[in-house]
Design a binder for this molecule. Structure first.
Ligand SMILES: Nc1nc2c(ncn2[C@@H]2O[C@H](COP(=O)(O)OP(=O)(O)OP(=O)(O)O)[C@@H](O)[C@H]2O)c(=O)[nH]1
Length: 382
């Protein structure tokens, strides 16, 4: 039998920052047809929260180190796939029915696809069974206008899952769908609220075929293949891409994303007063929402330190915070906040946070002064 027929199907789940990838994955992983699925996740940030938020038994979740799947940790992805295959073949793990790779929201999917389809070792054991892209109905259009990665995520998709429809106006949804159709005339569009979006069939796309996409897709993939090939020659690796231990550690160690895009985290030891958190978020959102591409946090709250709060911000949209029943890892009850910003200095955000959480500083306005700021809008109730 041809190796491709035996190959383990790989699904790529992508979508811009905060579009709803993890939410969708959590629903999908409840489908019994997705047992024996390995999920590979990674985050663009030095403090990782996603592994706490994916609701699956931890043995099926493989977390790649800090970085972005399309650049800095692409080699690690290839090594992980090779290692999984090795463990299946030596009977250390049960045979996998599928591997799902959830990309970072900033990921350009072309190099990720190239890692699966273009690496001879990986392509022997795995077959790319589709790209599912989540698009946020509220921010989707402006994101497509501002971020080339989002355009590629949509154009390369086999399925487009549109999330947050209930938060968007009908006109916004119509405009978004028209833009999606231009970028990808053949991908099925599925409303994330519908039950079928959470069923294993979403991933049954068939062998990935760039010929069914707009012409740019083939070109992007060829560019990636050429870059890999050039790199092999530059470094005179006889077997570049043919050796389990050699492949992947290519030119992708630089970060592809602009220097204006920064990721940083805030870690805080003491429980936070709900009012202080609310003011901090309101001020950040109202004054700098467009620059705040993503915020994700687990927060220790002074009103109930045993039940942390989960916060999700996506540009100017802050989703209703959720209280967890308990700390996912009781040995670490610190507040951890991950932010991805564009043109927003880290020092500014840190100072603002410190001001609201009571850390003294002589060259910074205190909380009272900030609370009086007319830009602060009332809104979130923690
Ligand atoms: N109302 C609504 N909220 C959604 C939907 N999908 C996701 N969300 C919310 O959007 C926020 C971000 O969702 P995630 O699933 O973490 O998004 P993500 O794409 O995994 O985020 P990153 O991995 O950081 O890029 C969370 O607060 C979700 O509850 C949806 O279809 N409707």
């Amino acid at each position: 039998m041809s190796p491709v027929l035996n190959a383990v199907p790989v699904s790529i789940l992508t979508g811009f920052l905060g579009a709803g990838k993890t939410s969708l994955l959590n629903r999908l992983l409840k489908d019994p047809d997705l047992t024996d699925t390995a999920v590979i996740i990674n985050e663009f940030g030095d403090v990782s929260l996603d592994h706490l938020l994916v609701e699956a038994s931890s043995d099926g979740i493989i977390e790649l180190s800090d970085g972005c799947l399309c650049c800095t940790v692409r080699g690690e992805l290839v090594d992980t796939l090779a290692d999984l295959m090795d463990r299946m073949q030596t009977g250390k793990i049960r045979p996998l029915k599928r591997v799902v790779i959830e990309t970072t929201g900033l990921a350009d999917p072309a190099p990720v696809l190239q890692s699966v389809m273009g690496n001879p070792v990986i392509a022997q054991s795995y077959r790319l069974d589709g790209v599912v892209t989540v698009v946020d109905a509220v921010n989707g259009l402006s994101t497509l206008n501002n971020h080339e990665e989002a355009v590629k995520q949509v154009a390369m998709a086999d399925r487009l899952v549109i999330s947050k429809m209930s938060l968007a106006t009908p006109d916004a949804v119509i405009s978004l769908k028209a833009r999606l159709r231009d970028l990808n005339p053949r991908a099925a569009m599925i409303d994330a609220d519908l039950p079928e979006a959470g069923k294993a069939e979403l991933f049954h796309c068939g062998l990935y075929d760039p010929a069914t996409k707009i012409a740019d897709v083939g070109r992007w993939l060829q560019d990636e293949a050429a870059a890999d090939h050039d790199h092999c020659h530059d470094h005179d690796h006889d077997h570049c891409g043919h050796d389990h231990h050699d492949h992947g550690h290519h030119h992708h160690d630089e970060n592809r994303h602009g220097a204006d895009i920064r990721s940083f985290s805030i870690v805080h030891d003491r429980p936070i007063d709900p009012m202080a958190l609310e003011m901090f978020i309101d001020l950040l959102r109202s004054a700098h929402g467009e620059k705040l591409l993503r915020m994700k946090a687990i927060v220790s709250m002074s009103d109930n330190p045993d039940r942390p709060l989960i916060l999700h911000g996506v540009q100017t949209v802050f989703h209703t915070p959720q209280r967890m029943a308990a700390w996912p890892d009781p040995s670490d009850r610190r507040t951890r906040m991950v932010l991805i910003t564009k043109d927003l200095p880290e020092a500014f955000v840190r100072d603002l946070f410190d001001a609201f959480t009571g850390k003294p500083s002589i060259d910074r306005p205190d909380r009272q002064a900030l609370e009086d700021n007319p830009l602060a809008v009332p809104g979130l109730r923690m």
